[in-house]
Design a protein around this ligand. Structure first.
Ligand code: NDP
Length: 242
């Protein structure tokens, strides 16, 4: 059980679950390529984590940028063993409030970003006959609640895409879908809808997990032996009903 020496791309590494995962995997001795848009955050984290960690400013909604992320990682480390498609946004709102630009953003980041991440590494992994794709969905990818119709739609899509990839590449590529419950991160900052903001405190009236808790789960899946495919992990605060 070791992630040592594995080369891992992490999207959304500038905060929250992605940054915590970077710290956990760096601690385990992995080579890391960190990706997100905020360069100051990526630079500081890379300096904190040492010489086996690099970063590339990348927008997951840009296909060409994501292909370059894969190429740059191979150029830097020789190969890609795993990608953690973690970047995501969650601007919740009821459908009737017609926040169409936010629907489009969620579809672009949460669905297309995951697809582009897969596309950036899949040919390389298939050529090598091994690799690991980890996609961060959510418990919102398992159940849908009011105000999360679009967010849940994107996270259900991540579930479906992961299942399809797992079946298409069985025997070669390990595919892990992670379904976190509430985690204390910056994710809620993407919520702009006044109705949702007004009810936020009542809705999440329990203690969220720490980002490091999810990072442990990601590390477990990556460090597991090659013949052991961790398909799915659901991890949530004990008070949170699914
Ligand atoms: P954060 O807001 O802390 O992190 C989100 C990350 O995504 C940031 O690093 C951000 O970086 C990155 N990101 C957003 N848009 C883009 C983009 N266009 N291109 C590249 N990177 C982007 O939230 P979390 O850590 O909580 O979120 C990580 C994942 O976990 C998401 O997929 C989220 O849906 C999922 N999740 C979170 C839960 C929670 O309760 N926190 C629960 C269930 C799932 P930057 O802005 O620098 O680009």
């Amino acid at each position: 059980m070791s992630a040592e020496g594995k080369t891992v791309i992490i999207t959304g590494a500038s905060s929250g679950i992605g940054a915590a995962t970077a710290r956990r995997l760096a601690d385990a001795g992995a080579n890391l390529m960190l990706a997100a848009r905020r360069e100051d955050r990526l630079k500081a984290l890379t300096e904190e984590l040492g010489p086996k960690v690099r970063y590339r400013v990348t927008d997951v909604t840009d296909h060409a940028d994501m292909l370059k992320l894969g190429e740059d990682t191979i150029a830097a480390f020789g190969q890609v063993d795993a990608i953690v498609n973690n970047a995501g946004i969650m601007p919740l709102s009821p459908l009737a409030n017609r926040r169409v630009a936010e629907w489009d953003q969620m579809i672009d980041v949460n669905i297309k970003g995951v697809l582009y991440g897969i596309d950036a590494v899949l040919a390389h992994m298939l050529e090598r006959g091994e690799g690991h794709v980890l996609n961060v969905s959510s418990v919102a990818g398992l159940v849908t609640n009011p105000t999360s119709a679009v967010y849940s739609g994107t996270k259900h899509a991540v579930k479906a895409i992961s299942e399809g990839l797992r079946k298409e590449t069985a025997g070669k590529i390990r595919v892990t879908t992670i379904y976190p419950g509430a985690v204390a991160t910056e994710l809620g900052q993407s919520i702009r809808d006044p109705d949702v903001l007004a009810g936020l405190r009542d809705r999440f009236n329990y203690t969220p997990l720490a980002a490091g808790d999810i990072a442990e789960a990601v590390h477990f899946a990556i460090a597991s032996p090659r013949n052991m495919a961790v398909n799915e992990i659901t991890i949530r605060p004990i008070e949170q009903t699914l």
